[in-house]
Design a protein. Sequence first.
Length: 273
Amino acid sequence: MPPDRAIAHFAPGQRAASHLARQAAFTEALLDGGAPVPEGLLAPGGGPVGRRFAVHRATTTLGSVAALAARYPVLERLLGGDTFVDLARAFLRIDRPRTALLLGWGDGLADFVAVHPDLVDWPWLADVARLETAWSEAHHAAEAEPLVPADLAAFSPDALAAARLRLHPSLRLLASPWSIVAVWAAGGEAEGVELAPEWAMVLRPLADVGVHRLDAAGFAFVSGLASGCPLDEVVAAACRFDDGFDTGTRFVELVRLGAVVGIDLPHDAEETR
């Protein structure tokens, strides 16, 4: 983050130093409230820059915290505004934004929450943050045209059994021992959090991101498809969790949700299409 020329400039004796090194020192001091003002940084008249720099530091920190809150709104509601700000400031000290585009900053927040000593009594918070990370990734993922159920009529059952499905680029999967999808659906109400496994599929086929609850068999089914396994192998994996797994219904539902963007057949199945 280059210094604002209206705020300060580097003294002449500093000009021979590496531009990148000066930028790194400035950024470090700007994002760490406990760091001293960078050496050699002066106000426009050559006087001390401490007060001006403090204002610039506060503005930058507030902007970073606001960007993190925009990406993790459910976590913010669960923690409360003041606690979230404290958490974000602590996170900012160890994880700096790498670009001026703050929309993608914060991927490490869930791991930070998981080991934060003040949050050990709420172990499910980290997975809520992971779900919000998945939502953000899905929101910004590449576009792709999903198939519709009518497209399946072009394929015979035998051909589909050997097919590999191409899933939408926005699709994300998350397994948790906690009822994080219920927390998400409640908009951050934590009273219903239980030690009850939940599996989530996050998907943005068109304009809106959806968070869908799966069961263990459904998670195995979609996970297998996402890894590129043939449909018949994926069904076998799902049946290990549910011997009554209804392949046809689950497959059509996945297509209806917009999760499938293509069907790849092996060469020997092309004739049965």
